[in-house]
Every structure is written in C-alpha cells, then in structure tokens.
Design a protein around this ligand. Sequence first.
Ligand code: NCD
Length: 359
Amino acid sequence: MKKDLIDITDLTTEEIDGLITVAEDIIANPDKYREICKYKKIATLFYEPSTRTRFSFESAMLDLGGSVIGFSSPTDCSVAKGESVADTARTTACFADIIAMRHFKDGSAFVAASNVDIPVINAGDGGHNHPTQTLTDLLTIHKEKGTFENLTVGLCGDLKYGRTVHSLIAAMARYKGIRFILISPEELKIPEAVKTEVLEANSIPYEELTSLEEAMPKLDVLYMTRIQRERFSDPSVYDKLLGIYILDNKKLESAKKDMCILHPLPRVNEIDVEVDDDPRAAYFRQVRYGKFIRMALIMKLLENAPNAEGPYIEGAEEFPPDVKKCKNPRCITSIEQGIKQQFIKTDSGYRCIYCDTKA
Ligand code: NCD
C-alpha cells in the first residue's frame, strides 16, 4: 500500500520519532545515504511561491542520489491552460516516483493523492496544513531542546491562516506535558476546529492571549509567524494587522535564557533583524534541518511505493563497468518484468544481488 503525507496525523508518534532519528543519522553520516534514491524522481508541483520548501525537497532528493522534475509556478505548465489537479497529478505519476505538491486551495494535496498510486506529500495546501514544515519544526525543537515533552510553546501571529501552526499543534499535542500559549489579535485567532478537535479533545492546556510581552517569560519555544497576506479577502484588514507583533531584543529581555525562537519563514517584519544574532534565534538552523527531515520522509514513503523497482541493498549498482545483465539464465531477472538488474561489488568482482552469480 502506498503511503502519502497529507496531514501530520497520517504519521503516528512512533513514525515521527523514527523520522527524527533517521534525519539525525543523515546529519551525522550523510555519505551512507548518497545513493539510496538512485534512479528515483521527485516531482515538485508548486502552484504557490516557495523558496525553502521547494529547495529543500529538491536538494533532499538530489542528496539521496535521485533527480527532480517539476514546476515552480502554475504558469509554467498545462495548469495555465486550465488542467485540473487530478489530471496534472495523473500525468506526473507517469514520470515520477513521488510528488511534493503545494497549492493555494485547502484539500488539494488530498485530491492529487486520491488520483495516483505514487506517494504524494502535501507541501502546503491553502491555509490548511503543512506537515513537512511541522516535521522540520519538530526536528529543530528536538535539536535545540532535546525533548518534546513538558514544553510551553507560544505560537504568535496569524494563527487563523497560518497552516504551519495548525499542523504543529496537531503534532505536538501528542507529546506529554505540552502547553500552548496562542498569541494573536482577535481577527486571527486559531480556528475553532483546532481548539475543539485537537486541544480540548485531548485535554491539552492552552491559553489565548493578545500580548506577546505577557506570554514571553513562560515560554520554552516561541514560534513566530507571518500575517498571511494572500489569504485575506479584505486587504484593509491585512494593512491594519501588519506589524502587530514585532519581536526585538527589548521584548526578549524577559524571555528564558534557553528559550528557542522558531519561524517557518519568510519573515516580513515580525522578527527584527537585530534578533538574528541572539543564540536563541533558531530559524535559520530550522531552514537547514528541513532538508534532512525531508530526506528521511522521502526514503520512508518510497519504501512503500508500489513501483519500487526491486529490493534495495546498500552499495548495489545498476550498471557497474562492463556489466549489462546477469549471465545466469535461471536468474529471476531473466523473466520478471519491472525489476532492475543490480550488482554488488565483492572482493572477487561484481555479483548479481538476486542469484549471487558472478557478473
Ligand atoms: C510557510 C508556508 O508556506 O506556509 N513557509 C514555509 O513553507 N517555510 C509560512 C509562510 O508562508 O508564512
């Protein structure tokens, strides 16, 4: 069965912990992973602007030895001619092994996933969810704080339209001793459904505040967000709210010495650049972690892909020098379609990974 990542709760807590362990191993031993996705392709279908998310998906696949196709704007492909998400996804599945898709409509990644038999990763669907940003945020918190338990997490800014916030709450609510402080203006409060179905349903303590200063001394993690201009139907409301929270060194004076500051980025003006030199500012480290956790995710989802072309053996090669196919007429590769010839190097030369015959 193929596995998609549409909503962060598609992953169990154990699976998330497993991805974090793999990502940390990739950081420590990148060479081990250089060829794991050789001959695999990711398609990045981005209907909305992106810098970090798309670059990190693409560099994740490249660092796993795979390759990348895709578009970074819907004007670059048949979407501009009116093609539907389902048809674009179906077409892409003819060429790629896995899809990462960002779209301006909520639920769009789910539509893509329902129409193809390759894994689909939601790289942000409207103001709804952004599960791989959450994986990035979790890896950052794990690196900075060493734990997910007993933390007071402050989320500040646009909690209504900020899709990263919705996914992060859903993920962190599953860890022991988590408390949330939700800091936003009245107009940008967290959606009721997040409150009732995630926080209240799981008896997670939370408070809603409008003042960042009031929350500051209590926080172990401060997650700042941008006011999501593109989601407002009335631009004058955006203009009124822009600049409502600006984190600067003065406000940080009352914060814990070991608090960490995250932001999914891009920032507009909600974190003054003077904060960048504060050791608690983790948001550029967070960008870097995004690639490693996406490498771990791509590997995990491709394991379950129906079109995996054969078993993976570390170090196996498809076309070693002067070898085209296995010489053994009884080898399964002589009759089975859709599996790749692969060979592993031994002290006495290359041998077929299926039947052990010397090449
Ligand atoms: C976020 C997004 O696209 O939702 N950015 C990102 O993926 N790193 C946050 C934002 O755009 O404000």
